[in-house]
Design a binder for this molecule. Structure first.
Ligand code: SF4
Length: 253
């Protein structure tokens, strides 16, 4: 079958009338023509019932002008709103890992992307800081190359590792985006299913507060779920010294 990916011309421009409402909405998120083409191709495969997951392991992938790294599918939280429990696909990239890559495999994947990018983001469909040693090793390599590095995290890493790991990220990470998602412990527990019980919510707050001392830009985010008082989450984020960002439901990357 000729997939919609082929509609992107040499310059990456896409014939807009071939895209449906979902793609038009995606375009409003600032996605590139190549992002839109990939999403359309994925949706076409999905609607045709073609196998959704390939045998390949996607370690490095582009969205907009950023390079994303997918190094684990494991998570510390089990967020109720997470799309990964339906399918591990984001913006047309299939992110189910067949194995967890090591340093050599991650750097080879980065080198194989063949595109330019403004920043590198540890994200994927998993909690990258579970693999703290690999994050530090790869981030050091990226900084040596002069690249900006961001990490998206659930902020539970200090609980996962049983120590304050944030100072270990200093000089390696330029921006950390932490999923705060709630302004109180019971809401956090209900939405994020932290395995750390009562420690989970103070844990993410402590992580954010600590990060503001070691990482240049700290952003706390909340998914705009029905019934969530986003203004309270914003106020908490600002009181912790972080910036705040609302995220649309199912927005990943
Ligand atoms: S939202 Fe993030 S931390 Fe939560 S389950 Fe999904 S990938 Fe894991």
């Amino acid at each position: 079958m000729k997939l919609v990916e082929s509609q992107a011309n040499e310059s990456g421009k896409v014939v807009p009338e071939r895209f449906g409402p979902a793609q038009q909405a995606a375009q409003s998120e600032g996605l590139s023509a190549r992002d839109l083409a990939r999403i359309a191709a994925y949706n076409e495969r999905k609607h045709a019932g073609i196998t959704l997951f390939s045998d390949e392991t996607t370690i490095a992938y582009m969205i907009r002008d950023s390079l994303y790294l997918n190094i684990t599918n494991r998570c510390s939280n089990r967020c109720t709103f997470c799309p990964k429990f339906e399918e591990l696909t984001v913006k047309g990239h299939e992110l189910q890992l067949q194995y967890e890559p090591d340093f050599t495999e991650v750097t080879a994947a980065i080198d194989g992307v063949g595109a330019s990018y403004d920043e590198v983001v540890f994200c994927g469909f998993g909690e990258s800081l579970i693999r703290l040693d690999l994050v530090k090793e790869v981030a050091a390599e990226l900084k040596w190359r002069g690249l900006k590095v961001r990490i998206n995290t659930d902020g539970q890493a200090n609980l996962v590792h049983g120590r304050n790991i944030v100072p270990e990220l200093a000089d390696l990470i330029d921006t950390v985006s932490v999923s705060l998602n709630a302004a109180d412990a019971s809401t956090y527990h209900r939405l994020c299913n932290t395995p750390f019980g009562e420690e989970g919510f103070p844990g993410v707050c402590d992580f954010i507060r600590e990060a503001t001392h070691h990482i240049p830009t700290v952003v706390a985010s909340a998914v705009t779920l029905p019934g969530l008082d986003v203004s309270k989450v914003r106020a908490l984020a600002l009181s912790l010294g972080a910036q705040f960002r609302e995220r649309t439901y199912t927005e990943v990357g």
